[in-house]
Design a protein around this ligand. Structure first.
Ligand SMILES: [Zn+2]
Length: 339
């Protein structure tokens, strides 16, 4: 639709921005990962970055069944080094959630539970957990290997508890959805009064990716701190600052009524536009970010592989990481955080 439109040019769209209601967008990039054509634009009224056009449901279905076909095979299993890599982060996040939950807030729903590290840690911490995972391979794996109650579907088609949930986790899910504000409002309705939402997406402002791998067909929306915060506020949440940094937020449901008042943030657009262009294509490889990422991979990956293999299986890895971290920073659902 925007073929032949040059980077940097401003276009006016039919659809209003979900944050600021503006219609002007500036073209950020015409290429996505794998050198595929992908137009990415930034809203000049607030800095919200998204693909244009927004892919249709049919296009997304085709993408996930063709490009991600391997991951859809029922025999697909996450590698042990992957479990080893994500376990400590999952523990830390569950501990952060538990610190802000009241003793009664124990019903934990993970939307997009993936390979199950969050759910496993949350269950060990004492939460009553349920997962939803659209990927058949992951859903099957988490049920069979980790013994977790996971439904293989999307949240729109899941059999959900009519009494609602106290905590919802949304880890690297929101950027894949075609209308994240509408989804956050549905999630609000699934939470009980004062329920907690933990949400994390990649930060487009502080990405380590080189400019030519920064944008991806599957990531329809690219958030920075300000744009994700704005969407959470528009979906009836308040931010819990101690649990929030960059594009990881802990938020509390404060209202079931949503304001559609435009939130203009032109200064966020200006800062983000400048940051997205601060690292040139050639400069990236030599930059600290690029080199650091490369060296980190060289060191981390073989070590992870050896440690993971020596632990034997995924539940053992998760149990050991939980036990080790729980000794220094104990986590338990149902404890009074004020006592
Ligand atoms: Zn906007």
């Amino acid at each position: 639709m925007l073929a032949n439109v040059e980077n940097g040019s401003v276009v006016t769209l039919e659809t209003e921005c979900r944050i600021c209601a503006g219609k002007n967008r500036r073209v950020v990039s015409g290429v996505g990962r794998g050198s595929k054509p992908l137009t990415t634009v930034i809203c000049t009224g607030c800095g919200l970055v998204h693909s244009h056009p927004i892919p249709t449901k049919e296009e997304l279905d085709r993408f996930y069944t063709v490009d991600y076909r391997k991951a859809y095979k029922s025999t697909y299993e996450p590698k042990l080094k992957h479990t080893y890599r994500y376990a400590p982060g999952a523990y830390q996040r569950v501990a952060e959630i538990a610190r802000h939950a009241s003793p009664e807030q124990t019903r934990f729903l993970d939307i997009g539970s993936g390979s199950g590290e969050f759910l496993y840690m949350a269950r060990k911490a004492g939460f009553k957990v349920t997962g939803i995972e659209p990927n058949t391979g992951y859903a099957d794996y988490t049920r069979r290997v980790l013994g977790l109650p996971v439904q293989n579907c999307t949240y729109e088609t899941a059999a959900l508890d009519p009494d609602g949930y106290d905590i919802i986790n949304l880890n690297h899910v929101l950027e894949h959805l075609p209308d994240p504000l509408a989804s956050l409002r549905v999630i609000n309705s699934l939470l009980r009064e004062s329920g907690l939402l933990s949400v994390a997406v990649p930060d487009i402002q502080h990405t380590n990716h080189a400019p030519w791998t920064r944008f991806h067909f599957a990531h329809i929306y690219n958030f920075n701190h300000e744009t994700l915060k704005a969407m959470l506020l528009k979906a009836g949440f308040e931010i819990i600052p101690e649990g929030s940094a960059s594009t990881t937020f802990l938020a509390r449901k404060v209202s079931e009524h949503f304001s559609d008042a435009p939130m203009e943030m032109p200064e966020n657009y200006e800062t983000l536009w400048a940051d997205l262009h601060a690292t040139s294509t050639i400069g990236h490889v030599a930059s600290k970010k690029g080199i650091g990422r490369f060296l980190n991979k060289c060191y981390r990956y073989p070590k992870e592989y050896l440690l993971a293999v020596s632990h034997g299986n995924a539940p053992k890895i998760l149990d050991r990481v939980f036990a080790r971290m729980n000794r220094t920073a104990p986590v338990r659902a149902g404890t009074d955080p004020r006592s």
